[in-house]
Design a protein around this ligand. Structure first.
Ligand SMILES: O=c1ccn([C@H]2C[C@H](O)[C@@H](COP(=O)(O)OP(=O)(O)OP(=O)(O)O)O2)c(=O)[nH]1
Length: 154
């Protein structure tokens, strides 16, 4: 299924950077690139261990109603360096028109550098079902009941 997703290059977007793209035919996520502010473009942005930052993409999107865009970490740098997202998966709502941001956290022990133009996260377009929250007096019974948190197999 291919869903049109309008994407705007904001005025500070670096035109040399490509729009998000799927790297393989069946990739679920399109990679998002860091679009750093001009002063940090040459050196990149250094994140100390356990530091967080909101990384701009320079892009805004209009997610169609009935969908959300999930922003997720990429596995490679997560494994190698601990580059993660404190809000993973980030939720981009269908009515959001601000800049698409990637919240990152350095879970590694060493500082890491986010470079301008680097692919720092991936965006997955997902259908959303909205719940009609209705107050109830009782819930139907199930075999699991209130068991959870490792209750099975004991
Ligand atoms: O990784 C993310 C997460 C969110 N957003 C944008 C789009 C989203 O629609 C908006 C609000 O996100 P969220 O609902 O997660 O934030 P909140 O803390 O609940 O704030 P709000 O009260 O604005 O909803 O921020 C991003 O650009 N990247």
């Amino acid at each position: 299924m291919s869903v049109p997703l309008p994407v705007l290059r904001l005025p500070h977007h670096d035109p040399a950077l490509p729009l998000p793209a799927y790297e393989t035919v069946d990739a679920a996520g399109a990679d998002l690139r860091a679009c750093l502010p001009e002063p940090s473009r040459a050196a990149g942005l250094t994140l100390a261990s356990l530091d967080r930052a909101a990384i701009p993409t320079g892009l805004a999107v209009a997610v169609p109603a009935g969908f959300e865009l999930q922003v997720r970490p990429r596995s490679g740098r997560a494994l190698r360096e601990g580059l993660s997202m404190p809000n993973s998966p980030g939720t981009v709502d269908a009515d959001y028109r601000g800049e698409l941001m990637v919240l990152v956290v350095n879970l590694g022990r060493e500082p890491l550098v986010i470079r301008h133009g680097e692919r720092i996260a991936q965006a997955v377009l997902c259908p959303v079902a909205r719940a009609a929250w209705t107050q109830a007096e009782a819930l139907d019974e199930t075999a699991r009941g209130a068991g959870g948190f490792g209750s099975t197999g004991r």
